[in-house]
Design a protein. Structure first.
Length: 366
């Protein structure tokens, strides 16, 4: 939260001021201003507490530079109306809202007073008219490809008696694209809302090719999504109406040991196990393991005699793993690309979908 924002020149004169809270003392601000100007480049910390007020000094002005170029006292005076408009969009009652210049230019389209080249002017015009701040016009690739990764993290906490105390899966879908032009990407997933709402049969694999736009099939497993967040490029209106995501793109087990461990004898049936004194733990590495199989590790620990009576807290056993599938059952039903201006279709795009399941906080209490 920001109480007030002030822009000074090198002489200490106020050029821009905006006060969002009434608890900001002008005396403290003036004292801070004098200290910064007097110290020049010898300012040790950009954060200072004066008269119970926390003051932050910074010289970053990326948003202003994108509107009127070089930051100078003359440019600030010539564009003070524009600067106040930007501050109203960026800050709401002292809370930062949006600092993305591409998005800001869709709301504040006026040009600042500056001397810009023709290329810079063309780029700004393209961003304003296209209303897309995360992608520019004129992108071209020799081969159009899409890489879609479904990353999931399994979180588990188990009691010493083997009872599951908490378990949930959190994940994200990320895409790396090499697509020419300004394409629109669209994919559907097998969440419960889609399956219950549509209830259709047939169609829809990876890359489309069916009559069912959701790719829903009766009897297919579904997943229940409790909450989800989207990148700013996702069109939320289409997700609410069609429930499709449409956008323009931008092995280890660790067993803790007591601090007074002198030595460890290990019997490992699969993989490799080693005691690491520097980490106070037995690290058991398994490169590959088939599904529905079990393996065992036996350890005998020799302890040193100590005078301390402090009881060992017995930290939980943790596990790190990575498997080539989505543990929640999450599936991408279809993935399509639409580009109306350039001469390539959805079938010309090479698509790759990868599912990766990883351990999050995966622990068993001792």
């Amino acid at each position: 939260m920001i109480g007030g924002l002030f822009v000074y020149n090198h002489k200490g004169e106020v050029l821009i001021s905006r006060v969002y809270r009434d608890d900001i003392g002008r005396n403290a601000v003036d004292a801070f201003r004098v200290n910064v100007i007097h110290a020049r480049q010898q300012v040790r910390s950009p954060v200072t507490n004066i008269a119970r007020t926390c003051l932050l000094y910074t010289s970053r002005t990326d948003v202003m530079q994108s509107y009127f170029g070089k930051i100078s006292e003359e440019n600030i005076k010539n564009n003070f109306v524009l600067i106040y408009e930007l501050l109203d969009e960026i800050l709401d009652f002292g809370y930062p809202q949006n600092c993305d210049t591409g998005v800001l230019k869709t709301f504040i389209t006026q040009q600042g007073v500056k001397s810009a080249t023709k290329e810079e002017q063309a780029q700004i015009t393209s961003q304003v008219t296209g209303q897309i701040g995360w992608r520019r016009e004129g992108i071209k690739y020799r081969r159009n490809e899409l890489f879609l990764d479904v990353l999931e993290y399994v979180n588990l906490l188990m009691s010493p008696q083997g009872q599951v105390l908490s378990a949930h899966v959190a994940g994200k879908v990320v895409m790396k694209s090499y697509l020419s032009g300004m394409p629109e990407c669209k994919f559907g997933i097998n969440d419960k809302i889609v399956m219950e709402a549509k209830g259709m049969k047939g169609g829809g694999g990876l890359g489309g090719g069916g009559d069912d736009p959701t790719g829903a099939r009766s009897g297919k497993p579904v997943v229940v999504i409790d909450d989800c967040q989207f990148h700013q490029c996702v069109k939320l209106s289409k997700f609410e109406t069609e429930h499709s995501i449409s956008f323009i793109p931008p092995d280890e087990v660790r067993v803790p040991t007591p601090l007074n461990t002198a030595g460890v004898q290990l019997i490992c049936l699969k993989g490799k196990a080693k005691y690491k004194a520097s980490e106070n733990a037995i690290v058991w590495k398994i490169k590959r393991m088939a599904g529905m199989k079990e393996t065992q590790l036996s350890a005998e620990i020799d302890l040193l005699e100590t005078d301390t009576k402090k009881k060992w807290t017995r930290p939980p056993i943790s596990m790190n793993f990575e498997v080539p599938f989505a543990p929640s059952g999450f599936k991408v039903r279809y993935l399509k690309v639409f580009e109306s201006k350039l001469n390539y279709s959805d079938h010309d795009v090479i698509k790759w979908v990868r599912y990766i399941g990883r351990s999050g906080l995966y622990e068993t209490r001792c």
